[in-house]
Write a protein that binds this ligand. Structure first.
Ligand SMILES: O=C(CO)[C@@H](O)[C@H](O)COP(=O)(O)O
Ligand SMILES: [Fe+2]
Length: 217
């Protein structure tokens, strides 16, 4: 069954506690948190003090998506903030193998994210060391963008790479996910769908999460 990770980027930050409580009570599997530094991507979002506060009330594991330059600098801070999964961009790491090792040594699950223009095959030599691969289905930096259809082909390619290599990595997709774009992703082999605007702009966010999960039944 498909899993859903609501992205808090689309939440109302003035009511962040209530939004996290909503996710706690929903059928979502993870809480997705987008950290942006204004360098790797043009936008700036939230940092460690906010993640720490979220982790105090969150009843689902925190999936922290680091859209920052040289994310290996922050492994200890991400762990101390309460993350279970640390997602780093392939494009932001000069020494990716070493960053993956330090994330796992810190006791977190290691995830690598690929931008839409970054080929799946570039993960061939690290795929067995990953717990998750996140494919961006929009260019990172902002919520509410349109889904890039080529992602579906990348999911299939990644599914084959995982099978051939004997990796246990799960496939997460992020950007423009909704009831129209999700079916092809599920069919292609995605495991987890991140959804921001689709969930938090819905009149009934609980139902929105449930409807996405029910697509895979
Ligand atoms: O990482 C990002 C954007 O860079 C995402 O996690 C967005 O927050 C997804 O938002 P929607 O496209 O679902 O509105
Ligand atoms: Fe994200």
């Amino acid at each position: 069954m498909i899993q859903v990770a609501p992205s808090l980027l689309a939440a109302d930050f003035a009511r962040l506690g209530e939004e996290v409580s909503m996710v706690n009570k929903s059928r979502a599997s993870l809480i997705h948190i987008d950290v942006m530094d204004g360098m790797f991507v043009p936008n700036i979002t939230i940092g460690f003090p906010v993640i720490k506060s979220i982790s105090r009330i969150a009843e689902k594991p925190l999936d922290v998506h680091m859209m920052v330059c040289d994310p290996g600098r922050y492994v200890d801070q991400v762990r101390e903030a309460g993350a279970e999964i640390m997602n780093v961009h392939w494009e932001a790491c000069t020494h990716l193998d070493s960053v993956i090792r330090s994330i796992r040594s810190a006791g977190m699950k290691a995830a690598v994210t690929l931008n839409p223009a970054t080929p799946v095959m570039l993960l061939r030599d690290v795929i067995r060391d990953l717990d998750m691969v996140l494919l961006m289905s929009v260019n990172p930096g902002f919520g509410g963008q349109n889904f890039i259809p080529n992602t579906v082909r990348k999911v299939r390619e990644l599914r084959s790479l995982i099978a051939e290599s004997g990796s246990e990595a799960v496939i997460e997709i992020d950007g423009g996910v909704n009831l129209e774009t999700a079916p092809a992703l599920i069919e292609a082999g995605a495991d987890i769908l991140v959804a921001g605007s689709y969930v938090f702009r819905a009149s009934d966010p609980f139902k929105a999460i449930s409807d996405l999960i029910d697509l895979s039944e």
